[in-house]
Design a protein around this ligand. Structure first.
Ligand SMILES: [Zn+2]
Length: 257
C-alpha cells in the first residue's frame, strides 16, 4: 500500500501503558504504513490528561476525553464535563462514552449509565464536539438515545449490532469505524457489506481488536481494516482510502491534512 498519510486511526488507546516502552517505534510504523493522524481515546481523567500530554509531543496524535460507560460514577462524570469544557480547544472528540449492556445488566445501573451518556450527548451539542461511541450489546439503544437527544456528529466505534440496527444511524449521518478484528468477525464483515462506504471510518482500538486476538494491536494495523473493506465491498484499496479520508474529514475536519 502506498503511504498517503491520509489514513486516520479514529479510535486508539495510545496512552495505554503497554505502549510506554516503544511508543516512538509504534508511531513510526504507523507513519510508514500511511497513517497521518490518530485519535487518542481515553477511559477516564488520567487517560484524558495523558492524551493531551502525548499530543504535545506527537503532532499526529489528536486527543479525545471521555468516561468509559462501565464507570457508573456521577462525580467522575461531572469532573469529566468540567475537564472537557476547560480543554475544549485541544480536543477533537468526546470519547469514549456510550452504553455497555454486556457488563452492566441490572436495570437501575443501566438507568444510571443512560443518564451519564445523556449528559455527554448534551455536552457534545453544546461544545460542537463529535462523539466517539462505545456500544457493547447496546447498539440499538445507543443509536436510539443519540437520535432522541439530537446528536449530529457521531462515530459508532466497533459496532457489534446488526446492520438493521445501524441503518437509522446511517440515515442520520452517523459514521461507523471498522477495526482490524473485521478479519475474524462475521458480524463486522456483514456490517461492512451492508453499510454504504460513505459512512465508514477505520480504527484500531489498539491495543485490542487486532487481526490476531493474542497479539497487541497497534495503529499500523488500520491498513488491515482498509484491505478488508476493499475486499468485502469489491473496490480498490485506494478507493477505500479516498472515501474513508473524505468521511473522516466530514466528521473531524482537517486533522488528516
Ligand atoms: Zn476503545
Amino acid at each position: 500500500m502506498l503511504p498517503t498519510h491520509k489514513i486516520v486511526d479514529t479510535h486508539t488507546h495510545i496512552c495505554d501503558a503497554v505502549f510506554d516502552a516503544d511508543r516512538d517505534e509504534v508511531l513510526e510504523k504507523a507513519v510508514e504504513a500511511g497513517v497521518g493522524a490518530i485519535i487518542a481515546l481515553g477511559e477516564n481523567l488520567d487517560d484524558a490528561m495523558r492524551n493531551i500530554e502525548l499530543a504535545e509531543g506527537y503532532p499526529m496524535i489528536h486527543p479525545a476525553a471521555g468516561l468509559y460507560p462501565t464507570i457508573l460514577d456521577l462525580n467522575q462524570a461531572e469532573q469529566m464535563h468540567a475537564f472537557i469544557r476547560s480543554e475544549r480547544s485541544k480536543l477533537v472528540a468526546i470519547g469514549e462514552v456510550g452504553l455497555d449492556f454486556w457488563v452492566v445488566k441490572e436495570a437501575s445501573q443501566k438507568e444510571l449509565q443512560q443518564e451519564i451518556f445523556k449528559g455527554f450527548i448534551s455536552l457534545s451539542a453544546e461544545l460542537n464536539l463529535p462523539l466517539n461511541i462505545h456500544s457493547r450489546s447496546a447498539g440499538r439503544h445507543a443509536v436510539a438515545m443519540l437520535l432522541e437527544n439530537g446528536a449530529t456528529r457521531v462515530q459508532m466505534h466497533a459496532f457489534d449490532g446488526k446492520a438493521s440496527a445501524a441503518l437509522p444511524a446511517v440515515e442520520a449521518g452517523f459514521f461507523f469505524s471498522i477495526p482490524p478484528s473485521v478479519v475474524r468477525s462475521r458480524q463486522k464483515q456483514k456490517l461492512v457489506k451492508q453499510l454504504p462506504l460513505s459512512c465508514l471510518l477505520v480504527e484500531t482500538d489498539s491495543p485490542v481488536l487486532g487481526p490476531d486476538r493474542q497479539k497487541r494491536n497497534e495503529p499500523a494495523n488500520v491498513t488491515v481494516s482498509i484491505q478488508a473493506i476493499a475486499e468485502l465491498k469489491n473496490v480498490s484499496e485506494s478507493e477505500v482510502i479516498e472515501s474513508v479520508a473524505e468521511n473522516t474529514h466530514r466528521l473531524y475536519g482537517s486533522i488528516n491534512t
